[in-house]
Design a protein around this ligand. Sequence first.
Ligand code: GCB
Length: 606
Amino acid sequence: TSICGMLYPRESESREVVLLDGIWKFRVSPTEDQEKGFAEKWFSTNFEEWMQMPVPSSYNDVTVNATVRDFVGWAWYQHEFYPPKRWWVDEQRVVLRFGSVHYTAVVWVNGKKACEHSGGHLPFEADITQLLLYGIANLVTVAVNNTLNLTTLPQGYVQHPNDTARYPPGYVLFHHDFDFFNYAGIHRPVYLYTTPQIYIDDITVITDTDQDAGIIKYIVEYKNKQVDLPSTPQCTVTVFEQNGKKVTSVKGVTGKIHIPKANFWWPYLTNPHPGYLYTLKVSLGSKRIQGEDVYRLPVGVRKVTWNATTFFINNIPTHIRGFGKHEDSNLRGKGLDYPILIRDYNLITWLGANAYRTSHYPYAEEALDMADAVGIMIIAESPACTIDYFTDELLEKHKEVMTEMVRRDKNRPSIVMWSLGNEPKSFRNESREYFSALVNHTKSLDPTRAVTFVTSQTADKDQAVQFMDIVCVNRYPAWYSDSGQTDLIQLQVKNELIAWHLKFNKPVLVTEYGAGSVIGMHMTPSSMWTEDYQVITLKEHFKAFDTLYKEGFLIGEMIWNFADFATPQEYTRPGGCKKGLFTRERQPKMAAHITRWRYWTLAHNS
Ligand code: GCB
């Protein structure tokens, strides 16, 4: 892990941002010779053969080629760019930043290695000032490998079957236990940005409320590329209202800002102005000596707390109404797409939801910017979906990922909980020490938010929930158990959730429940896979939840899933997971309409 900050690239009077997105050159390694690109140094000159590939996007569904769709191994991207000469004249520091590349990435600029990163859902960057050439084309090459193994997050398995009667020699099978397609490629924007030589490397804010006043504690970290820095650079921090009006200004690289009668950050539908964001303008250095660096950070002032039964935002008990999501859409796979992103937020507010979980990995920063601004509470999940084997090596990787996640997202008001992972084999004894160590690590990085993970176990079997702040459970009565028996849902949900609360004396949140439906399929009496069955499944859960809210320990309900999404090919999935309220094209099923009715009713009654 690097100790640098990971601020989102933002333009300012001292910083330029250039987007390198577009159509890049792309090729895959021959299956039988995965090292070929390295041996032949594909990064040193322009590719001799290539196809065209959009960036950002998963590469899998864009071509008509099954080899590309199902590819496992090293795939290669290449692109040319021209840095403007003024960057050289003004002695700017230049950084190349990838929002995410799945899974392992090696990056070269002009034939020289710039950086490597492993982990498919978090940004990485490299200072490429010394690698740039001015006056001619610059070449960036990225090698991407989507192979997963027992020390990656998520885990995966590569098999080399040796039964020659059934498989040709050298045949490779790739397998994983998590339930979504292992899309790969350059998934999020690629930026070049500049800073002065003395620059703001990181900003950390922790906010609090005191009656109707807001408090922002901040730390600015800076770095210096020059050897002789005269003295500590000057730092000025100014807070602005959403309308641009100045609130106050303080000096120093650390400090505490007091805002009388503050506009707090509230979740959607709890306040006429949810998602209120101040702007924190940080100015570092003096114009006279070194040039000044300026960065503007959106800041929401709010406080997250909880006790044994209740979850509070700004001391107000808050129920969570939402769902699990995926970064998934037609053709683009997991590639960031602005129309899909904005459509999703329009559907989220149409539903009257106030929260979602970034199941099952950290989402694009652009998506979380929307959550901050709209007032959507986020349970930010790590990419640890379905851990089967707990080892020390995996724990180290998992800690590193939590460090990178918190570093990227620590300042976001929308994030109210960190989820360490989804449905690990937490009935195993080894999961106990593993999760206890991971909670401690995460709490040391961020003591202000709840830490949890999502279990699929029952209260008597689970070994890891005991260390968590909130009990988060996935249950599928009348789907994976007692298939077809929707009349059992209320009884089972009540008994299971009460058991959790009685055993651990913690608030309980249902993070997944639901049923699959193929849009347009109807039957009465209802039957699995029809829209009618999905509606009845949700309604039976609603009735159980209403009783449990009266018991006082249930803090919310989240449906699986917001929209249908791609899975590996399986005989249990008709073209993907169909538990969406919306189709993969983001059109409503019947279930979306009843959820909308429910969520708006809950919002009005709270
Ligand atoms: C689960 C998993 C989720 C799956 C879902 C399903 O428990 O957490 O990733 O997609 O069930 O539909 O099977």
